[in-house]
Write a protein that binds this ligand. Structure first.
Ligand code: CA
Ligand code: CA
Length: 376
């Protein structure tokens, strides 16, 4: 024990000031404060950029539903970003969308659904700010129909080639000159839900609702939606329509739109059809009586046939015969007096409109299947 005590005594430093420990303390303090500074001091974001807002399909259904842009934010410190960016979208000076987006990397993709900011066509100003830094970029929306055009038409179905009656509904876009006409319905149609209510002459109602072009070839360049009238009754039809655009905000005036002209009405009378038209006699000689058979029907369940007209192509006269049944079969005889080639043309008329007797409404179906008679 005594020996140890003596050794400790000998290791005591000489009394008086020494710079060594002070320098060590100062260095330790500097290191500690630097570490605290690094931990708690958040340097300012120096640069924010909003780059390339573009249309994207986020759910993979083939239709655009959102915009996407790149948000770049750069700091002047060492640490990575973990900030909240404020996104503000304005349309015609009004704020239509604002949200916070966490920014962790220097470059972040931001997706914003159309229905959270679009209120109509036109220019949208997208602003992003992080701290005091901010940037703006423009986006133009041109996919918001403002009203509908609706008609009831008799026409050939572009898909099936059948002649029938249809309700035709066309979205109308009030696009300004600055926007142009670059609308691509193929990429936007998925959210246009059209509904029509068709009322037949008996007051029966048929409601049809579907997404635009759900059942149609998108490459036909036709932006209208057609709804076939399947009721087989002649008379006055009515139609009303509406369209919900799920690409706009729920409180937009264009969320649900209606036909400009209101409901549509039209008298529908399906034309009669000639189902058979042929020459009975196989070999025909000059001055020999020949016979043709014609069958016709009017497809309207309350329709009827009134007359049949035939042109034998050997004089200027058209012969007319009364029809009293539906369908009707009629056999007609004729004698040609000169050798030649004759084109026989036959037409039938139906009972026309249920109201009045306007001849303009009587439908004629002409057979263009020419019966050619070569006389020998
Ligand atoms: Ca989509
Ligand atoms: Ca008819």
């Amino acid at each position: 024990m005594t020996v140890d005590a003596v050794e400790v005594q000998e290791m005591q430093p000489p009394r008086g000031l020494s710079l060594g420990p002070i320098i060590a303390i100062v260095v330790a303090l500097i290191l500690l404060s630097s570490f605290m500074f690094f931990l708690f001091w958040s340097p300012d974001v120096k640069v924010v950029s909003v780059i390339n807002p573009e249309d994207v399909d986020t759910n993979g259904d083939g239709g655009y539903d959102s915009i996407r842009f790149t948000l770049v934010s750069v700091k002047d410190g060492f640490r990575g970003l973990d900030e909240s960016a404020r996104i503000t979208i304005r349309h015609e000076g009004q704020v239509v969308h604002s949200a916070d987006k966490n920014v962790k990397n220097e470059q972040t993709y931001v997706d914003i659904k159309y229905d959270s900011f679009v209120v109509g066509n036109g220019l949208y100003e997208i602003e992003a700010s992080v701290g005091d830094a901010s940037d703006k970029s423009d986006y133009i929306a041109a996919f918001v129909p403002t009203s509908l055009n609706m008609t009831i038409q008799e026409m050939t179905d572009p898909l099936t080639g059948e002649y029938a009656a249809f309700v035709v509904v066309t979205p109308l876009f009030s696009l300004g000159e600055s926007i142009g006409k670059g609308f691509n319905i193929e990429r936007f149609h998925k959210a246009y839900q059209m509904s029509v209510l068709i009322t037949d002459p008996n007051g029966e109602e048929l409601g049809i609702s579907r997404y635009m072009h759900e059942e149609r070839d998108l490459n036909d360049g036709n932006y209208s939606e057609i709804f076939r009238i399947t009721s087989g009754i002649m008379g006055w039809y009515g139609a009303s329509a509406s369209m919900v655009n799920q690409h706009v905000k729920a409180d937009s005036q264009y969320r649900t739109i209606y036909p400009e002209g209101g409901d549509a009405t039209r008298f529908i009378n399906r034309p009669p059809v000639i189902t058979q038209f042929n020459v009975v006699t196989s070999r025909i000689r000059v001055n020999q009586e020949m016979e043709v058979t014609c069958r016709a029907l009017d497809p309207d369940s309350n329709g009827g046939l009134t007359s049949l007209m035939i042109n034998w192509d050997d004089d200027d006269e058209i012969y007319e015969y009364e029809l009293t049944t539906n369908p009707a079969t009629i056999n007609l005889k004729h004698t040609y007096t000169k050798v030649g080639r004759y084109n026989i043309t036959v037409s039938v008329a139906d009972n026309g409109p249920a109201i009045g007797a306007d001849m303009n409404h009587i439908r004629f179906a002409s057979s263009f299947r020419i019966v050619e008679v070569n006389l020998i």
